[in-house]
Design a protein around this ligand. Structure first.
Ligand code: 5GP
Ligand code: ZN
Length: 125
């Protein structure tokens, strides 16, 4: 596992390319370590993906070295969700999903947190 302050990129990874803006996306948030963008195929009125810029393939690859990074990512969600149009808790709210591995339904092998919300009904979920 790479040191936490490194930001390795996988040249074949679509989310590494999105985070590097080599592929355009609807940017929701960006800082040195974290990127968020609109899902290209939204399930809900609000559906964005929150990713680390460094290439961590999945939740299965997360360990103690990533605790601060993941903590910062989680701490961003309430603010970003409201900014993107999720209604306030408790009548509103949102769903966070992290698919992990084949049996977990993960299609893109770069760690990402789905954040979905907005008025029901949703397309899926
Ligand atoms: P997973 O199934 O791996 O949890 O979710 C991958 C998500 O990435 C899917 O919801 C899919 O719509 C989204 N996605 C895949 N390719 C792209 C892309 O090129 N751009 C954007 N914005 N989203 C993508
Ligand atoms: Zn990647």
């Amino acid at each position: 596992m790479n040191a936490i302050n490194e930001t390795p990129h996988d040249p074949n990874c679509i989310f590494c390319k999105i985070a590097a803006k080599q592929i355009p996306s609807g940017v929701v948030y960006e800082d040195e370590e974290i990127f968020a963008f609109h899902d290209i195929n939204p399930w809900a009125p609000v559906h964005f993906l929150l990713i680390p810029k460094m290439h961590i393939p999945s939740m299965a690859h997360v360990g103690p070295d990533h605790a601060a990074l993941l903590g910062r990512m989680m701490a961003l969600v309430p603010k970003l969700a409201l900014e993107q149009g999720c209604n306030p808790y408790p009548e509103g709210g949102y769903r966070m999903v992290t698919n992990t591995g084949r049996e977990g339904g993960q299609e893109v092998q770069h760690l990402h947190f789905h954040v979905m919300g907005g008025p029901r009904p949703w397309l899926r979920g």
